[in-house]
Design a protein around this ligand. Structure first.
Ligand SMILES: [Zn+2]
Length: 253
């Protein structure tokens, strides 16, 4: 199966150049968008992916940096394509209200092409044949992690924003793991206070979850040199890399 990950934004909330969280995961004919940070539609277009091929958007939680690109994305698709291709939005409770109130305020009707699925906790979904498991994360608001199955018991896991989980809570082996690494271990108290993870904690989780590749994600702008976090993570997990905007990974699984 042709599988790739393209990072469209990898930072914690900031007005810097790397932009808000969004990752495009292509698995065969399915194109999943993991979170939908501000400006994501422009990056989908400039990266060549386009707007019409996105099958589903998997939203982790309703903090603005993860969701503020979603309404413009849906609206532009509806304006450009008649009819707009079907789109599923999966998210925690509140996603339906957020979207319907936004559309209502904007005098916009997304029509029948949009399907919204609210998920609480652990569920098994199937999005155009691709299995997707959800897992509750440990953040300041209700937050979902996603594990996208890519055959057998392996997959790509997207776990942000969160304190580290115990690996047993995931039913899937995270061959590729995109994990919250907002802080360095030197700022562990801040990570605990704001319910995020350090790069060292992400690496510890990746090792025990059997992950082959760890991508450090949702990185605070306080770390001008992301190599600091890579070196920290590699103490526990040698195959750790700090994600960056427009980083493209072709996965051979
Ligand atoms: Zn958050």
């Amino acid at each position: 199966m042709r599988t790739s990950l393209l990072f469209l934004g990898t930072s914690a909330p900031d007005a810097g150049p790397d932009d808000m969280p969004a990752v495009a995961l292509r698995a065969g004919s399915t194109l999943l968008l993991l979170d939908s940070g501000e400006g994501v539609q422009h990056k989908l277009v400039s990266s060549g992916l386009g707007l019409n091929k996105v099958t589903a958007v998997l939203v982790t939680h309703l903090h603005g940096d993860h969701v503020l690109g979603l309404v413009p994305l849906i609206q532009t698709r509806s304006l450009l394509f008649k009819p707009a291709p079907p789109l599923v939005v999966v998210g925690p409770p509140g996603i339906r209200r957020y979207l319907s109130e936004s559309f209502s305020s904007l005098y916009f009707d997304p029509g029948d092409s949009l399907e919204i699925q609210e998920v609480r906790g652990s569920e098994e979904l199937r999005l155009r044949g691709t299995p997707v498991s959800t897992v509750p994360l440990d953040h300041t608001v209700e937050t979902l992690g996603y594990a996208v199955g890519l055959g057998g018991d392996t997959g790509v896991c997207y776990l942000t924003d969160t304190r580290p989980l115990s690996p047993e809570r995931l039913g899937l082996r995270c061959q590729v793991l995109v994990h919250d690494s907002t802080f360095s271990w030197m700022d562990l108290e801040r990570a605990r206070e704001f319910k995020h993870s350090t790069a060292l904690e992400a690496a510890s989780f990746a090792s025990s979850a059997g992950g082959r590749l760890l991508l450090l994600f949702h990185i605070s702008s306080r770390y001008k040199d992301r190599g600091v976090l890579e070196r920290e993570a590699r103490r526990l997990h040698p195959h750790s890399y700090a994600a960056e905007k427009f980083m493209l990974l072709s996965l051979v699984l």
